[in-house]
Design a binder for this molecule. Structure first.
Ligand code: 13P
Ligand code: ZN
Length: 271
């Protein structure tokens, strides 16, 4: 068996959590990541017959039975993942009953998966139903996107439109727009179900006055989506209080979307 600490997927988790921490998005234990792994790859590092312990998730993830995920631990700090992955991350497999997670590695010292596991696994199920290549779900508290929640209407069309206006790349990177949920109690199955419903339509979902969820086929794509939205929100926050004398017009957004061949939300433009 190879040493799990050298596995590429552990390396990816270390790198992305460190990046997100340095960007200031994941203060304290803020944020969580789940990454669906290829069982054949994991088998090079772990014995699937050795379940360390089982964890009751409190919800049914029957479409993910047998699937393996590496997930950040609840209450763990992104800041600390790099130096001690085994205490701050865990590898779980969804058991035959759909509601139990079998711990195969990590969460040393009695840890457990993120309190946002319902939103993560329900989002995986939702994304996989529309995009079989989806592997990553990230939750984070990006500063400018969050700031924008306080000064911009929390309306999907209006929020998306404002973001699209802020950087030329936006409509190309997230042509599906951003989904928006109002403030809701986090860590619950209810917010998980609401997030998953949005994830059928959007790869990026705002949790009002809390943070965001992003999904994608790999770490780069998911992280790239989040940083693009965050950059647009930053431009908005830097300019919202100033007189606006230039903008990207809707006709120009159409030009961009058509040139790059993306399937964009036409109903989010004012044509
Ligand atoms: P966890 O520490 O349980 O992952 O929670 C962090 C968070 O961001 C809650 O929304
Ligand atoms: Zn959070």
């Amino acid at each position: 068996m190879k040493n799990i600490l050298t596995a590429p997927f552990v390396e990816e988790m270390k790198k992305v959590t460190a990046n997100m921490y340095r960007l200031g998005w994941d203060e304290r234990n803020g944020g969580n990541i789940s990454y669906m792994l290829d069982a054949n790859e994991v088998a090079e590092y772990l014995d699937f017959d050795k379940v360390i312990r089982t964890i009751d998730t409190g919800f049914n993830a029957d479409k993910l039975i047998g699937k393996i995920f590496i997930v950040t631990g609840s209450g763990k700090y992104f800041k600390n993942v790099q130096e001690d992955p085994e205490a701050n991350l865990g590898i779980i497999r969804i058991a035959e009953d759909g509601i139990t997670a079998e711990l195969l590695w990590g969460y040393r010292e009695g840890g457990r998966p993120t309190s946002e596991l319902p939103a993560h696994l329900m989002s995986h199920m939702a994304r996989l139903s529309v995009d079989p290549e989806n592997r990553v779900v990230m939750h984070t508290h990006p500063t400018h996107t969050l700031a924008m929640n306080y000064v911009h209407e929390l309306d999907e069309k209006k929020f998306t439109h404002t973001l699209w206006e802020m950087c030329t790349e936006c409509i190309v990177v997230f042509p599906d727009g951003v989904g928006v949920l109002p403030w809701m109690l986090c860590g619950t199955n209810e917010i998980g179900e609401a997030t998953a419903k949005k994830m059928e339509e959007f790869r990026f979902v705002i949790w009002g006055m809390h943070g965001i969820y992003g999904a994608g086929k790999d770490m780069d794509e998911t992280f790239g989506l989040i940083e693009t939205v965050e950059k647009a929100a930053q431009i908005y926050m830097l300019t919202a209080h100033l007189p606006r004398i230039n903008t990207i017009k809707d006709s120009e957004m159409v030009e961009l979307a058509e040139y790059f061949g993306v399937n964009y939300r036409k109903d989010f433009l004012n044509l």
